[in-house]
Design a protein around this ligand. Structure first.
Ligand code: ADP
Ligand code: MG
Length: 357
């Protein structure tokens, strides 16, 4: 199996670290997504893998090939790595037709004209652009240009496909279609793919595994289900999905992972924690907006709150429930009357983390 392995990968700019000791293994055939806010080091990581940027420390191996190793001063240029790359700006050659854009990488690899023609036709077929072969990039929509960029990246059958926010220039509806379509192509070709995005929906919908990144570091690595259901860090709990993040005081931890924390008006909440031990001081409680109920639930904490005004958002309402000076955001099918009321919070939906370093 050809695995990609990053070991202690670090990229320093002056004293700042764009990526800071990343360790990661990507399995063959896997769709792995680097997810995190702007500036967290996603593109730097991808460029390091592509060979477009030289890290300061660590190593990158692909199967038994060493692509980069700071200790032995090894650094293979992008053409020696031979990976398919698609950037946010599609970077098509404006003076070349669609088929010439797609065929350029084959020409550079000295593949004969007949074989080239066949492969270009196959790639354009795959991205559903067969009839557009003779057009120029300026005569295509954003979505079509994006598909040309993808055809160009897969036409030479790269062992690894690197995609940096390739859908971010498309409008919302087109983006959703492109997501499904891209995932289908990836599966059909069995392409090992590393996908970069700051869009949590995209990451959840497309990935086999997600790497949640923050400030140049990996915060959590897991399947979409694991990241969503069992966040190991307050950042993954709140960056993915719509969640409240509240400062609380707490808490006695039991071996089972259960704990009790106190809201700032003294009300107690039974919760769970991934931390082995919580101190008595300030903690962070996270709870998803749609997990807060306005009707009694079994195994739930009942809390007295003050409901604020609701906003109507088409398929649901958003409403705020205040506990002392803390505002909890709720996602509801039906809004509650403004003023005093009650909410219920299941223990397993209230997740407590220690104070952030
Ligand atoms: N050429 C550069 N010089 C200095 N700092 C850089 C350079 N490129 C990126 N950075 C910094 O590295 C960090 C990570 O950048 P980047 O990998 O582009 O983030 P992302 O793709 O997650 O938005 C940012 O703080 C960015 O400002
Ligand atoms: Mg980026």
């Amino acid at each position: 199996m050809t695995k990609l392995t990053l070991t202690n990968l670090t990229r320093q700019y002056g004293t700042a670290k764009a990526i800071d000791g990343i360790n990661l293994t990507v399995e063959e055939g896997e769709f792995l997504t680097l997810l995190g806010p702007s500036g967290c080091g996603k593109s730097t990581t991808l460029s390091a893998i592509a060979g477009l940027d030289r890290p300061t420390e660590g190593s990158i191996t692909f199967g038994d090939r060493i692509l980069f190793d700071s200790k032995s001063d090894t650094y293979l240029p992008p053409e020696a790595r031979g990976f398919g790359v698609v950037f946010q700006s599609y970077a098509l050659w404006p003076h070349l037709s669609v088929e010439d854009n797609v065929g350029m990488s084959l020409k550079l690899r000295k593949i004969g004209a007949a074989e080239r023609k066949k492969r270009i036709a196959e790639a354009l077929e795959l991205v559903e652009l067969g009839p557009f072969a003779k057009r120029y990039p300026g005569e295509l929509s954003g979505g079509q240009q994006q598909r040309v960029a993808l055809a160009r990246a897969i036409v030479f059958r790269p062992p690894l496909l690197l995609l940096d926010e390739p859908l971010s220039n498309l409008d919302a509806q087109l983006r959703q279609q492109a997501r499904v379509w891209l995932k289908e192509i990836q599966r059909e070709l069995g392409l090992t793919t590393i996908y970069v995005t700051h869009d949590q929906d995209e990451a959840l919908a497309m990935s086999d595994r997600i790497v949640v990144m923050r400030k140049g570091k990996v915060v959590q690595l897991g399947t979409p289900e694991q990241i969503y259901a069992a966040p190991e860090h307050p950042f993954s709990a709140t960056f993915i999905g719509n969640a409240n993040r509240i400062e609380v005081n707490g808490g006695n931890t039991h071996a089972s992972g259960e704990c009790v924390v106190m809201l700032n008006d003294g009300q107690q909440v039974k919760a769970i924690t991934p931390e082995p031990q919580l101190s008595q001081g300030q903690q962070i409680l996270t709870v998803r907006t749609h997990k807060i109920s306005c009707e009694p639930l079994p195994d739930a904490t009942e809390l007295a709150v003050n409901f604020g005004a609701e906003s109507y958002l088409g398929n649901h309402y958003e409403q705020v429930a205040k506990v002392a000076d803390t505002a909890l955001r709720l996602t509801l099918d039906k809004p509650m009357p403004v003023g005093p009321g009650k909410i219920w919070l299941r223990h397993e939906d209230a997740i407590v983390f220690g104070p952030e370093q």
